[in-house]
Write a protein that binds this ligand. Structure first.
Ligand SMILES: Nc1nc2c(ncn2[C@@H]2O[C@H](COP(=O)(O)OP(=O)(O)O)[C@@H](O)[C@H]2O)c(=O)[nH]1
Ligand SMILES: [Mg+2]
Length: 329
């Protein structure tokens, strides 16, 4: 557990320094608690894509705490900010709830997951990482290449299938995606496959066509399994900020989404997007991508995440490294 935390901490190092690190720096340089400091923090929140509304909420709560607790020590401000941000991310039910685990949610066989999102957001990469995780759990996985718009997309997905040891179903480029999906799900049922991961195209000639295509894909799955897909996940790229939010509402109109994957959360200065998503969309953030390698995907667990995000003291990390070793004994 501790090593997962440390790992996440390292992966988030750049995101942290571009966001929380800037706030810490502003607090240190200002050295006192005043309106100017609040303005600076608000500006950093806005630049990190926290969104106008969320940034205001955070600053209001911070100002209130400073007033009520009579906080004069700038050093305390960051701790209070951490508490406020965690409160915002955690709804009351989640406060005591068990930590969510996407990989433990599987409750059907085959368990069918559709991935949607615009080009380049990280759909194919996320599928590869997820296939790998399920394979490690001993599940059989079939990846279906329904992004038939570009031959290169099919090849790239096939490489991820090989890497993760998943089975793979494809068709010729430009074949009907809904037909490929039908064949894929059909063969998964015949072969007793546990998990089916379906990649879709992020682009079509027009937006309407893309949306029609997604509807068709959904229908061809339901011909075989009426209550599938069991998950329809929208992949969003953390580095695109506000744009990610508008993509989400477009896709949400075309196909019923069950959750989000936020990719590229490593190395973005737009870390505030998490708060913005939380406020704007009614969809749970299930997984975050934190790099390009096969293991760079984590369940989004708010407490772990906030702790990893706010860790500021390198000596604390050393301390935890020691704890890790004792853990192993
Ligand atoms: N740093 C980083 N890069 C990522 C992550 N996920 C995907 N990428 C990169 O983003 C690019 C587009 O990913 P791809 O999976 O092809 O996107 P798709 O078009 O939606 O299928 C590739 O270069 C990936 O290596 C991530 O979590 N972190
Ligand atoms: Mg792709």
């Amino acid at each position: 557990m501790l090593s997962i935390m440390r790992n996440l901490r390292q992966k988030l190092a750049k995101t942290r320094s571009g966001f929380i690190g800037r706030i810490a720096e502003a607090i240190r340089l200002r050295g006192k608690v005043d309106e100017e400091l609040m303005d600076q923090i608000e500006e950093i929140l806005l630049r990190a894509d926290t969104g106008v509304h969320m940034s205001e909420v955070i600053i209001q709560r911070l100002t209130e705490r400073i007033r009520v607790d009579r906080i004069e020590d700038a050093g305390v401000v960051q701790d209070v900010l951490q508490e406020i941000m965690q409160d915002i991310l955690l709804s009351d039910e989640e406060e005591d709830a068990e930590e969510p685990d996407f990989f433990a949610e599987v409750n059907a066989k085959p368990y069918v997951v559709v991935f949607v999102g615009v080009n380049g957001v990280g759909k194919t990469t996320s599928i590869g990482k997820i296939a790998h995780r399920f394979k490690e759990m001993g599940k059989s996985v079939l990846i279906v290449a329904a992004d038939t718009f570009r031959a290169a997309a099919i090849e790239q997905l096939e490489i991820w299938a090989q890497r993760s040891g998943a089975a793979f179903i494809k068709s010729a480029a430009n074949a009907d995606p809904a037909a490929v999906v039908y064949d894929g799900v059909n063969s998964a049922m015949a072969r007793g496959v546990d998990i089916v991961l379906i990649d879709t195209a992020g682009r079509q000639h027009t937006k309407d066509r893309l949306m029609q295509e997604l509807t068709k894909i959904e229908r061809s799955i339901q011909k075989l399994i009426p209550d599938a897909p069991h998950q329809t996940l929208l992949v969003l790229d953390a580095t695109t900020g506000q744009n990610a939010i508008s993509q989400a509402s477009h896709f949400d109109q075309a196909i019923k989404l069950s959750g989000l994957i936020l990719s590229k959360y490593d190395g973005t200065s737009k870390g505030g997007i998490i708060f913005n998503l939380r406020h704007t969309l009614q969809l749970p953030l299930k997984l975050i991508g934190v790099g390009e390698s096969i293991n760079d995907l984590e369940n989004f667990r708010i407490k772990d995440f906030v702790a990893a995000f706010f860790s500021k003291d390198p000596s604390e990390e050393n301390h935890e490294a020691e704890l890790d070793e004792t853990d192993l004994e």
